[in-house]
Design a protein around this ligand. Structure first.
Ligand code: DLL
Length: 433
């Protein structure tokens, strides 16, 4: 099933023609309506006339998160505020939030983007979707919500938290799909197990998981625990929210809706496009947004693009799993460490839960690197020898994959705090020194 075959299955030539027309239009729009972009283009000595096709995109300046903060709250809007019908914001870790405004048409493009994803997961108007992403300024809840309504499905607008109630209503209402972060899905799965209600009594078949990096091993774990097929949904506030792309039944890459959101992969150091298929930083230009278009927005997400036609019949470009954000990457004693690698290793070892906390500090000018890991109840023991053997096993595994020996601290079952939204896995005390 495909929601919008014209755009999802367009030939590459046709897609590039469409992207060229749309890029020219959006560049005209921001040049004339957003002083920030006009100034940047003038500084580079270019005008909208220099943009004749999608290939000319490389002439345009990049936009970064700081630009959004510097223009807080409404400085990047390209329409009068009377045209803006919705605001969302993302707080990030430091400083002012970034604010995004949507026109009525922007909301409808966004709702279609999510509808395309849900359809690609096999959901239809006959299905109900429990939306357990947070509602509010975060785009997850309302974004997923609009997509479900768009396909004519039934939304169960739970928002996040109150996990006991989540599982009770999921059970009683017979939700076919659960939309939330993968870490919250894991917490929900654990809570179902503890409740004693057999998983067979749930009608759940599909997971709509995103908003944070997750691994193939985590997919396996969630699919087994919840008896579902778990699909990726990707997005970011600056571009619209969830639904910039989603997987299809092939579960082999996340299709990006490139008629609306044009992706590029650049080398984050040289800022030049990488060779096709190579890993780098994902950059988006919104081709249809009116309220607050983004020109070459640097996401900081590291991934690669796949242009081959997918077995599902869609031609829309696919993105590999997000390895992490370049700003989430830890550099510990000179070694690059992604939290997702730790997650993946834990999921390979039957003795551990995929729950962990990385603590980094600097003592006597040397980085310290501790990983707290939670042992599964059936492997937890008072016997020192058993725990020491377990510690050795995981330390060796981490060292061989990461290339750095962590100080492993095994903690009791259920002692690491569960997340109801985006999980926090790192405390880096070096930031404050
Ligand atoms: O997280 C939007 C969203 C909501 C996406 C619900 C999917 C589902 P932000 O809070 O602005 O927006 O965070 C965006 O989260 O740049 C990635 O680093 C990360 N992210 C989002 N989806 C995925 C994913 C929402 N599927 C940032 N895989 C992005 C990996 C993801 N990382």
């Amino acid at each position: 099933m495909i929601w919008n075959e014209t755009f999802e299955c367009m030939s590459r030539d046709e897609m590039r023609k469409l992207q060229s027309i749309r890029l020219k239009r959006v560049v005209e729009h921001v040049y004339h309506n957003t002083p920030f972009y006009r100034k940047k283009m003038q500084e580079m000595g270019i005008t909208p006339d220099d943009i004749q096709s999608i290939d000319d995109i490389v002439k345009l300046p990049f936009t970064v998160k700081k630009d959004l903060r510097d223009n807080y709250p409404f400085g990047l809007m390209a329409v009068p505020m009377s045209e803006i019908v919705r605001l969302h914001a993302s707080s990030g870790t430091t400083g002012k939030p970034i604010v995004v405004g949507y026109t009525r048409k922007d909301l409808s493009v966004w709702a279609e983007a999510v509808a395309r994803c849900l359809t690609a997961y096999g959901l239809t108007r006959n299905d109900s979707v429990q939306v357990s992403y947070g509602y509010g300024l975060f785009t997850g809840g309302l974004g997923a919500h609009a997509g479900v309504e768009n396909i004519g499905g039934t939304v169960i607008p739970m928002s996040s938290g109150n996990t006991q109630k989540q599982i009770q209503l999921m059970h009683d209402f017979g939700a076919k799909a659960l939309a939330c972060t993968p870490s919250y899905a894991l917490h929900i799965a654990e809570t179902i197990q503890e409740s004693g209600i057999p998983i067979e009594e749930f009608k759940l078949r599909v997971g709509v998981f995103g908003a944070e990096p997750w691994t193939e091993n985590m997919r396996k774990e969630l699919q087994e625990k919840l008896h579902i097929k778990a699909y990726d949904i990707y997005g970011l506030t600056e571009i619209c929210g969830p639904g910039v792309g989603g997987e299809c039944e092939c579960q082999n890459g996340t299709h990006l809706w490139e008629d609306n959101f044009f992706p590029e992969i650049i080398d984050p150091v040289t800022l030049k496009p990488v060779e096709p298929g190579q890993q780098g930083e994902l950059v988006f230009t919104t081709l249809t947004k009116e309220g607050m278009p983004m020109i070459r927005y640097r996401t900081r997400d590291l991934t690669h693009l796949i242009y081959d036609k997918c077995d599902c019949g869609r031609t829309a470009v696919r993105m590999g799993r997000i390895l992490g954000r370049s700003d989430d990457m830890l550099i510990i004693r000179g070694v690059n460490v992604f939290p997702s690698t730790v997650e993946s290793i834990l999921l390979e070892l039957p003795e551990f839960e995929p729950q962990y906390m990385i603590l980094v500090d600097r003592v006597n000018n040397t980085d310290t690197f501790q990983i707290q890991v939670e042992v599964r109840p059936e492997y937890y023991s008072d016997e020192m020898n058993k725990m020491i053997a377990l510690k050795k096993k995981i330390t060796n595994r981490m060292q061989s994959v990461i290339g750095l020996q962590p100080d492993i601290k095994i903690v009791e079952p259920r002692s690491i705090e569960r997340s109801i939204g985006k999980a926090k896995h790192v405390i880096d005390k070096r930031e404050f020194k």
